[in-house]
Ligand binder design. Structure first.
Ligand SMILES: O=C(O)CCC(=O)C(=O)O
Ligand SMILES: [Fe+2]
Length: 315
């Protein structure tokens, strides 16, 4: 089998490759030794805060969120208002989509997708990477209150994505209000809202079980370019975040019903470095197919990004 043709050109992705039966790890996925993840780098002395946001107006909640955003750039929230059923149905929808036959998934392959608001890809930017990441991703551009753009989305996950995004929008606004209030931004006006969250992307990540996870990267070390990212992960684990010493890695344990929130580069810049966009990575699992669903809250395409006037008031 010609790897490039089967995975990248024909659009079968990594899922297609794994389904075809793999005895050994294809060389395209083998990370050089210095890039590999090694459990000796895991720190257990530090852990990320788990914040109960049942009362967003509680000053203690705001304090915990802003402190976590400054110290770790990452935290988890519970009691955020999205029901357990909605979270479960979102994760099932990811398994549903990736469980489709190759020729059904391929209709959405990047560059040949039936819709310009949904595209399937493998790795991160396979054309540019020396070593590929062990994942496939179905990406959606979500346009609030626009029914037309989703008409060609895959029926197996369309309603779940739309319902989930609608519910998540409330949480996104709450989080941004809390984070910005602590930067002395009294009210988020329309231009600021556009700069913070003018473009919403949701990714359905699928990390197939991997015969040799220690040689591969599910997601290699990176920081998100977003304003903030809201992530739903399943119960498998494998997400690690840089510890405050800048060397070790902290595991983000799956917590039932929780959402992981992290600060992206844009909010680090807008906050003039008060909030931190922290490096993180994912290790694939040897026996289980892991799914995760990040929502990337991004600036509007035309927005100009820089430190907010409120954070440079003293020069
Ligand atoms: O799969 C995860 O847990 C994290 C994924 C991630 O970091 C990303 O897609 O940017
Ligand atoms: Fe990320």
């Amino acid at each position: 089998m010609d790897f490039t043709d089967f995975v990248l050109i024909k659009g079968n992705g990594l899922k297609g490759l794994v389904d075809a039966g793999l005895e050994t790890l294809p060389q395209q996925y083998i990370q050089p030794p210095e890039q590999r993840f090694d459990l000796s780098q895991v720190i257990t002395e530090e852990s990320l805060p788990l914040i109960d946001v049942s009362n967003w107006d509680d000053p203690e909640v705001a304090k915990s969120i802003c402190e976590a955003a400054s110290k770790w750039g990452f935290f988890q929230i519970i009691n955020h208002g999205i029901t357990m059923e909605a979270l479960e149905s979102m994760k099932s929808a990811v398994h549903g989509f990736f469980g489709l036959p190759n020729d059904e998934r391929r209709k959405y392959w990047k560059g040949q997708s039936v819709s310009d608001t949904v595209w399937l890809k493998t790795s991160f930017v396979p054309e540019k990477e020396k070593v590929l990441e062990w994942k496939d991703t179905l990406c959606f551009r979500y346009i609030p209150e626009d029914d037309g753009s989703s008409s060609l989305w895959p029926p197996i996950c369309k309603d779940q994505v739309l319902d989930y995004m609608k519910a998540a929008e409330t949480i996104i606004k709450r989080l941004l209000e809390v984070l910005l209030k602590s930067l002395n931004v009294k009210e988020i006006d329309k231009p600021t809202e556009y700069a913070l969250m003018g473009s919403l992307l949701i990714n359905l990540n699928y990390y197939p079980h991997c015969p040799k996870p220690e040689l591969t990267a599910g997601s290699g070390p990176h920081a998100d370019a977003s304003t903030i990212t809201i992530l739903l992960q399943d119960d498998i684990g494998g997400l690690y975040v840089r510890g405050t010493d800048g060397e070790g890695w902290i595991h983000v344990p799956p917590v039932e019903g929780a959402l992981v929130v992290n600060i992206g580069d844009v909010l680090q810049i807008m906050s003039n470095d008060r909030y931190k966009s922290i490096e993180h990575r994912v290790v694939a699992n040897r026996s289980k197919n892991r799914v995760s669903i990040p929502i990337f809250v991004n600036p509007g395409a035309e927005a100009l990004i820089g430190p907010l006037p409120e954070v440079v008031a003293s020069g």
